[in-house]
Write a protein that binds this ligand. Structure first.
Ligand SMILES: [Zn+2]
Length: 471
């Protein structure tokens, strides 16, 4: 039996008992065929990820996934050998230099203080949560004992840096609750802890994430039009707004209504979200930050069964695809959205940022996460199509073949240079995308199994109590 990639492929439960699906050759990989349409009858929350411990990749994604395991171990081992990038910012809050700034969405940055934490950045708190997120997923999905030991030790050490009031950012007393990236760092702490809690059913990591959220609620609630302190974070406050997805996740885990109400309040009072809702246009801002808070709105809409919120995010998605998508399936130039997708150009003498400042790896990964959320929420094939496109052409292009190097920007043309610069975000973002690949190859819905990605693979999936093997 042969199906085209990206079409909906459902097998009847009867057939599934004995089905062994073999792909034909010559199948379209990046199907942009107008005849391939979203399946009818899909409904919210219909698509889910199967048990990926039973999915084995053997195509071109396989060596990249294996390389990512090596890389995640390498980053951790580097930590324990003195080059401590991930936990140092949390362990040395008092000695971090102060980085506080005022930001108003109509105004401009006024930086106060010096550069923080010598050789590092004010978002240095994100690395720990990002690593814990990626490593927890991979350790749980593969059963790799070496990685699982590292994850367990790291999660405990990370939780050990949480202050008695629940704070898990990197600021000293003067920057706590004020610094531009403080909420952002807490966001990633919650992300890593909640993934660890999910993957290993770890109540301590869940508790630590709850305490992070309580600290944020205590700091900022109520978030309202008249109380804009919450929106003074970096990138028009978008860095703070990004935290909403973890509040929804925490609500699902605890059923504590405070967390859901906080997320609702943030969405209701954040003007860029309200404007995007009215216009259906993507604001020309930092794409990574934008995709993260749009993803949070999707999570919130799903939880609240607010189809109308899903609908406007889908309109913004259409605008992004129409105006901003590169042929590689990723977006953004120089960490921003322009009026349209920028052409690549050769080096310009004297310019600090020459050619190739396209598709920051962080933006590529967050674009994938947004599409994955929309796919889960709507069941529409167009989202997984865009994911397949970006995975093979942008995500894999940003990772070296052995998995040990990453691009910051990946040029569309011209020379590709592995990243060795000052900012470190993408080193930790890329692995989060690769870590999810086995979870994206197949999906289950109310009617059967979907094969999402054109990838040689084998899966043993459970459906309606039956075991189905797919090759
Ligand atoms: Zn980045």
């Amino acid at each position: 039996m042969t199906w085209c990639a990206n079409t909906r492929r459902s097998l009847s439960p009867l057939l599934m008992l004995t089905a062994c699906v073999v792909w034909g050759t010559g199948t379209l990989i990046y199907a942009e065929d107008a005849s391939i349409k979203s399946a009818p009858g899909t409904r919210s929350g219909n698509v889910r990820c199967p048990d990926v411990s039973q999915v084995t990749l053997s195509g071109r994604l396989a060596p990249r996934y294996q390389g990512n395991i090596r890389y995640l171990k390498h980053i951790y081992d580097r930590e324990t050998k003195g080059k401590d990038w991930m936990l140092s910012p949390f362990r040395n809050r008092e000695s971090n230099k102060i980085w506080t700034g005022e930001y108003a969405w109509t105004g401009k940055y006024v930086w106060v203080g010096e550069y923080p934490w010598v050789g590092e950045y004010q978002w240095a708190g994100e690395y720990a949560g990002k690593w814990l997120d990626a490593a927890s997923l991979v350790a749980a999905d593969t059963g790799d004992k070496g990685l699982a030991q590292r994850v367990s030790a790291f999660a405990a050490a990370f939780r050990g840096t949480q202050e008695s009031d629940g704070y898990l950012g990197i600021e000293g007393p003067t920057g706590k609750g004020k610094a531009n990236w403080d909420v952002w760092n807490m966001w990633y702490a919650m992300t890593g802890l909640l993934t660890h809690a999910d993957c290993f059913e770890n109540p301590e990591s869940l508790r630590a994430a709850v305490r992070c959220a309580e600290w944020l609620v205590n700091q900022f609630d109520p978030v309202s039009e008249s109380n804009k302190r919450f929106f003074r974070g970096a990138f028009d406050g978008g860095c703070n707004v990004d935290v909403i997805d973890q509040f929804v996740r925490l609500y699902r885990a605890t059923q504590d209504r405070r967390f859901l109400d906080f997320a609702i309040s943030v969405v209701r009072h954040y003007p860029p979200i309200q404007k995007a809702r009215e216009t259906g246009k993507a604001p020309l801002v930092h794409p990574y930050v934008l995709f993260a808070y749009l993803g949070g709105v999707v999570e919130l809409a799903t939880e609240n069964e607010r189809e109308e919120d899903l609908a406007w995010v889908e309109r913004v998605w259409e605008d992004l695809v129409e105006r901003h998508l590169y042929p590689t399936g990723s977006l953004g130039y120089n960490e921003s959205l322009r009026k349209s997708a920028s052409n690549d150009h050769p080096a310009i003498r004297g310019k600090p940022k020459p050619e190739g400042c396209h598709q920051e790896t962080c933006a590529t990964v967050e674009w994938l996460l947004l599409n994955a959320r929309l796919y889960r929420a709507t069941g529409k094939v167009r989202y997984i199509q865009k994911m397949e496109h970006a995975i093979y052409n942008a995500l894999l292009a940003a990772q070296s073949a052995d998995g040990m190097k990453w691009m910051y920007y990946t040029p569309l043309r011209y020379e590709k240079r592995w990243f060795s610069g000052e900012t470190n975000c993408c080193y930790w973002s890329g692995p989060r995308g690769i870590a999810r690949l086995p979870r994206w190859v197949y999906a289950l819905d109310g009617e059967g199994i979907r094969v999402n990605l054109y990838e040689s693979s084998e899966a043993t999936l459970r459906l309606d109590g039956h075991v189905v093997t797919i090759k």
